[in-house]
Write a protein that binds this ligand. Structure first.
Ligand SMILES: [Zn+2]
Length: 308
């Protein structure tokens, strides 16, 4: 029988909350202090982790479709940004490797030594079999990596699935070398609310809320994630708009492409302050001289320096 546990705002802790709506029979709430939306009550962490190990991806065809075909363009752009920021290469860990297509973008390039950790047994096998990658099946905190091991840690459209995001951020910070980077892609909250709630959602999908709760647990804003990352010691250095998965009919893909280009332009013109892009790629750095415990947050430090 599934147990239920009450969750807390990862930014504010046990703050008061307002019920937003139900999605997949789970209550989505908004923190009254920082306004972060999250699943307010759900199964235990162990049950969620078992779900991602065994059920979430059921066949290699699913991995191919969702994590290669639909994601190819985004993963290529993000890999190019990481290679630009770390031109000499280094040791890179991708947390939530999925198909491994992102790591494949580093194969054969001098200086790069890449590996992944992925909960899904099906996706782990896919990444090993299709791309010959070094991927461990499981969760980051099970891997016992040494302190200051990696030059880059990435998390691409996966961090919103993490049940213990503050613990995982602290672990990522610990295993990065001083001066190393954490690059994370998250869905854009304004875009998610535009397409996953309100009249649009009721008209097109017949439900009040469409946020894939139970797979996603936290619906981060830029400022919330920057606050959490800075609290463990990171500094935010730049950000980029990103696209939604590319699928559907040709007209649907053309509309999505036009939307992405329009919102990217707005994002770039306002340095991310007006953010309706489907996704966002944020880059954090572990300072050379780490000072942890800082709560000073200034999302405006993020500068969009998108690769042309
Ligand atoms: Zn909060």
């Amino acid at each position: 029988m599934t147990e239920c546990m009450k969750t807390e705002c990862p930014v504010c802790g046990p703050s008061s909350r307002t019920f937003v709506g139900e999605c997949h029979a789970l209550p989505v709430v908004r923190c009254d202090v920082c306004h972060l939306m999250f699943v307010g009550e759900c199964s235990t962490v162990d049950e969620t982790e078992e779900f991602f190990r065994t059920e979430h991806v059921d066949a290699p065809e699913t991995t191919q479709l969702h994590y290669v075909s639909y994601r190819r363009d985004s993963l290529q752009r993000e890999a190019a940004i990481v290679r630009r920021l770390v031109p000499d290469g280094g040791r890179l860990l991708d947390v939530g490797t999925a198909s491994g297509y992102f790591l494949k973008e580093f194969q054969g390039i001098e200086g790069w030594d890449v590996e992944g950790v992925e909960p899904s047994a099906v996706s782990t096998d896919f990444a090993r079999d299709h791309f010959g990658l070094n991927v461990r099946q499981g969760y980051l905190t099970e891997q016992n990596h040494g302190a200051e091991t990696f030059d880059v840690v990435t998390s691409l459209d996966a961090f919103n699935c993490h049940r213990t995001p503050n613990d995982d951020l602290a672990e990522i910070f610990r295993i990065l070398k001083p001066g190393a980077l954490f690059a994370v892609e998250i869905p854009g909250q304004s875009y998610r609310l535009l397409t996953g709630s309100g009249l649009f959602c009721r008209l097109f999908f017949g439900v009040p809320l469409r946020l894939n709760a139970g797979v996603n647990f936290y619906f981060y804003t830029t400022s919330a994630l920057v606050a959490m990352a800075c609290r463990v010691g990171f500094e935010a250095i730049e950000s980029h708009p990103e696209a939604m998965p590319s699928h559907g009919s040709l007209p649907a893909r053309l509309i999505k492409g036009a939307y992405f280009h329009a919102t990217s332009l707005l994002y770039r013109m306002t340095s991310g302050r007006i953010h309706y892009a489907p996704k966002e790629f944020l880059i954090f750095r572990k300072p050379i001289s780490a000072v942890t415990g800082s709560t000073t947050v200034d999302a405006s430090r993020l500068q969009d320096r998108r690769v042309a």
